[in-house]
Write a protein that binds this ligand. Structure first.
Ligand SMILES: Nc1ncnc2c1ncn2[C@@H]1O[C@H](COP(=O)(O)OP(=O)(O)O)[C@@H](O)[C@H]1O
Ligand SMILES: CC(=O)N[C@@H](CCC(=O)OP(=O)(O)O)C(=O)O
Length: 250
């Protein structure tokens, strides 16, 4: 089974273009099965604001109190997942929403409970449920909530969750779909970038904010042996006549 793992950022969930879906269709026609992990940062921010819960980020990770976690799960599973699943369905993909904490599918642990609260990283991915869906020709759409061995739910950055799942499935291509064309430095799109260059740009603060967990996840994926890792736009086509558009990390 040839797999493509696509992390779809919250930044672009409302702006996915029809040309983006054309690229997905081209991948399907080339024999790939698709798996999505979605984010939902802007949706979460909006709801936290409505509930007057302050928002705080550290290195692109949301500090998550127990109170905030309830909102995070409600929004990610109930709103962001629904948006992407519905849109994929409308383009003929048989999308099936999956919450990471269901069936202990995404196991996680706290990153730093004292500083970040209920924020986790993935320790294990149970791929059985994905295999089952893919066998039946469904397109899984995964919500990045994990569960600890003690049954505590954790908010996982969607870029990190996607990297763990991409590794567990040894996918052929791993894509980060976001609201920009790729990594842009001094107003120029960078077509290819390696680990050292990325570290330099983070130090120089030319890669910042939500792009930091993304490029870190790209590096982690490369180091774990994935061959094709890219950051692409969801507002434009990213794969046309077999050619990729965006930034390739290697
Ligand atoms: N060097 C960079 N190149 C491109 N985008 C960058 C860069 N540094 C920071 N960014 C920001 O990262 C954003 C994408 O991250 P984020 O908003 O978290 O997206 P997503 O919701 O897709 O994960 C871009 O919209 C841009 O503002
Ligand atoms: C711990 C942490 O930061 N979790 C993220 C989960 C959603 C996410 O990653 O959404 P994007 O892909 O749109 O950024 C958050 O609470 O915003």
């Amino acid at each position: 089974m040839k797999l493509v793992l696509i992390k779809c950022g919250g930044s672009v969930l409302d702006e996915l273009s029809s040309s983006f879906f054309e690229s997905l269709k081209e991948l399907k026609n080339d024999g790939y099965q698709l798996i999505f992990v979605h984010g939902g940062g802007p949706d979460i921010n909006q709801q936290l604001e409505m509930h007057q819960i302050p928002r705080n980020f550290e290195n692109g990770l949301r500090k998550t109190s127990a109170e905030a976690l309830e909102i995070v799960e409600m929004v990610l599973a109930g709103k962001s997942n629904r948006k992407l699943t519905r849109k994929l369905d409308s383009y003929g993909f048989r999308a099936f929403g999956v919450n990471g904490s269901d069936g202990a599918f995404l196991h996680g642990d706290f990153i730093d409970k004292e500083h970040l609260g209920y924020v986790g990283h993935i320790t294990e991915v149970n791929t059985d449920v994905l295999a089952m869906l893919l066998r039946e020709n469904y397109t899984p759409v995964i919500t990045p909530i994990a569960i600890t061995n003690d049954g505590v739910k954790l908010n996982v950055n969607a870029d990190f969750a996607a990297a763990a799942i991409a590794h567990a499935l040894s996918v052929e291509h791993f894509l980060f779909v976001t609201d920009v064309k790729g990594i842009v430095i001094d107003e120029e799109l960078i077509v290819q970038l390696d680990k050292e260059e990325i570290e330099g740009y983070i130090s120089a603060e030319k890669i910042t904010g939500g792009m930091v967990p993304k490029v870190k996840s790209c590096i982690a994926a490369i180091e774990k042996g994935l061959q094709s890792v890219r950051i692409v736009s969801g507002k434009e086509p990213f794969f046309v006549s077999g050619e990729w558009i965006g930034t390739e990390i290697n």
